[in-house]
Design a protein around this ligand. Structure first.
Ligand code: PEP
Ligand code: MG
Length: 532
């Protein structure tokens, strides 16, 4: 048995024969005239577009629009002017169509890889994906997939490859490259396929029994009988447990002694919505809207934000959707914001501080959120609050956005106005802040960072980080009590909300809501219903 520790990409366990997705090599050909090569390229693009339309349709039917959308984007990337120019230039320089497409795909991917924005870097794989698809069309080659359910190994999976395998032929994914936020990683999590990256199984023969632990990021090749037996048992247990948990999807989160709490989900984009609905979450307690900004080269227009929020509001129906305004700055940066470098960005021009300095940026967001409020149960939430004065400025900004929409006869629905309590300052004056707002959501990730003076990004400080530190717990207690006294509902949307050791205490102090990642919702509901 050989064991490898990699990066945990998607949770779950799998056991089965290995099947390696071999990278296709496309031979350079002798180029005919540039015009003929361009003609071949145009025909291959046409074929690739037609294929993408089919993949889009099947993915849409099997996995829903959010998962299919990437193939629509690929269809557009084929038309990308820079990509097309690169191919034409290479052909004019004497290359055949296959070599020209390969070099253009690599060149476009390299530009994306240099971006400082992690999300944009991940998009490099999308260019390689379309280049591969066009090369396949040029070579007239067919897709291949395993004949029996298998653990699939690939150097790096592209989104197309992730969905092209028939769903029942995939037990798990192992890749040599690939990060948590790659599209393939997101798709694997959405589909519930265990996945580990950073492991090289290129030299392992196909058919070798392979065990994947996607929670701990461990891959065991040719496991001994004892390990294989343990995996079989874990697979059996997790299937049984999952089936049990699914029965709780439409039930409330109520303890045996009758106390109830809302369990909602945190999301970063609309692609997470099917997961939220499937998880049985009672709403979205935190939509981290900055992800809509991180994935691009320029500011998203109001219409684009509105469409995303409207989609989320409609998907949730009567369940709440709490949209947090932009929390850019600190660890989340995008070049086009052109922020001046800071000595201490976590203590710098972050979140509402930036938005209050850039009124147009704030108005665009507020108009989009208020427009979406006509389609569901929407709450606006402001991050990094430290004072009453900030709240008053934000209220004035919301009033301005609402007035401008009404003047244009654009409908605005009912909405709640809330803040994150994630600075010690906000927790300490929460009695004052409660008079100004409808709800508090405690951001325990930042509240811990600022209370304990521990950089949340620095893993070397882990030994100093005590998530149950008395100071944090007292600030939470104080915030809940002050919020309730001021007529607010109070939730937690930081990681501590999913901490089972503290749940009893949170129920005792009357916390109204917790919001966790969609994958945690049902397990937490089960714990509330069965253990508390
Ligand atoms: C928090 O700080 O706890 C929080 C939920 O916000 P973020 O993790 O996005 O800073
Ligand atoms: Mg925060």
């Amino acid at each position: 048995m050989e064991q490898y520790k990699g990066l945990a990409i998607a949770p779950g366990v799998a056991l089965g024969p290995l099947w390696t997705l071999r990278e296709k090599t496309f031979q350079a050909e002798t180029a005919s005239s540039p015009d003929e090569e361009k003609e071949r390229f145009a025909r291959a693009c046409e074929a690739a577009r037609a294929q993408l339309a089919r993949v889009y349709q099947t993915t849409l039917e099997q996995y829903g629009e959010e998962n299919a959308a990437v193939f629509e984007i690929h269809g557009m990337l084929i038309e990308d002017e820079d990509f097309q120019d690169c191919v034409f230039e290479a052909i004019d320089d004497g290359a055949d169509a296959v070599s020209a497409v390969k070099s253009a795909g690599d060149a476009c991917a390299a530009i994306f890889e240099q971006s400082e924005d992690a999300y944009t870097r991940e998009r490099a794989g999308d260019f390689r994906d379309i280049a591969l698809r066009i090369c396949e069309a040029l070579a007239g080659s067919e897709d291949d997939h395993p004949a029996e359910p298998s653990v699939i190994f690939a150097d790096e999976l592209t989104p197309s490859q992730t969905v092209k395998f028939p769903r029942d032929s995939i037990l798990g994914f192992v890749t040599r490259k690939g990060s948590l936020n790659s599209h393939a990683g997101i798709l694997a999590r959405n589909f519930g396929i265990p996945a580990v990256s950073g492991v090289d199984l290129a030299s392992v023969p196909d058919g070798t029994l392979t065990a994947v632990d996607g929670r701990d990021g461990v891959v065991s090749v040719d496991p001994d009988e004892k390990t294989a037996g343990e995996f079989r048992e874990r697979i059996r247990q997790s299937a049984a447990a999952e089936a049990e948990r699914k029965k709780l999807r439409d039930l409330p989160s109520v303890t045996r002694d009758g106390r109830s709490i809302l369990i909602c989900a945190n999301i970063g984009n609309v692609e997470d919505l099917p997961l939220v609905v499937e998880s049985g979450a009672e709403g979205v307690g935190l939509f981290r809207s900055e992800f809509l900004y991180l994935s691009r080269e320029d500011y998203p227009p109001e219409e684009e934000l509105f469409q995303a929020y409207k989609k989320a509001a409609e998907a949730l129906g009567s369940r709440p959707l709490i949209i947090r305004t932009l929390d850019i700055g600190a660890d989340k940066q995008a070049d086009y914001f052109q922020m001046a470098p800071e000595e201490n960005p976590a203590l710098g021009l972050r979140a509402i501080r930036l938005c209050l300095q850039r009124p147009a940026l704030l108005q665009t967001q507020l108009r989009a959120i208020l427009r979406a409020s006509a389609y569901g149960h929407v709450g606006i939430m402001f991050p990094m609050i430290t004072s009453v004065n900030e709240i008053r400025q934000l209220k004035a900004a919301v009033a301005e956005a609402e007035a401008s929409l009404r003047a244009e006869n654009i409908p605005v629905g009912q909405y709640e106005f809330g803040i994150m309590v994630e600075t010690p300052a906000a927790a300490i004056i929460s009695d004052e802040l409660a008079k100004e707002v409808d709800f508090f959501s405690i951001g325990t990730n930042d509240l811990s960072q600022y209370t304990l003076a521990i950089d949340r990004q620095n893993s070397d400080l882990a030994p100093y980080f005590d998530p149950h530190h008395e100071a944090i717990l007292r600030l939470i207690d104080m915030t809940v009590a002050n919020g309730h006294a001021g007529g607010c509902w109070v939730g937690i949307c930081g990681e501590l909300g999913g901490d089972r050791e503290l749940l009893r205490h949170f129920l005792d102090i009357g916390l109204d809501e917790i919001s966790v990642s969609p994958a945690k919702v049902l397990a937490l509901r089960q714990y509330v219903r069965e253990e508390l």
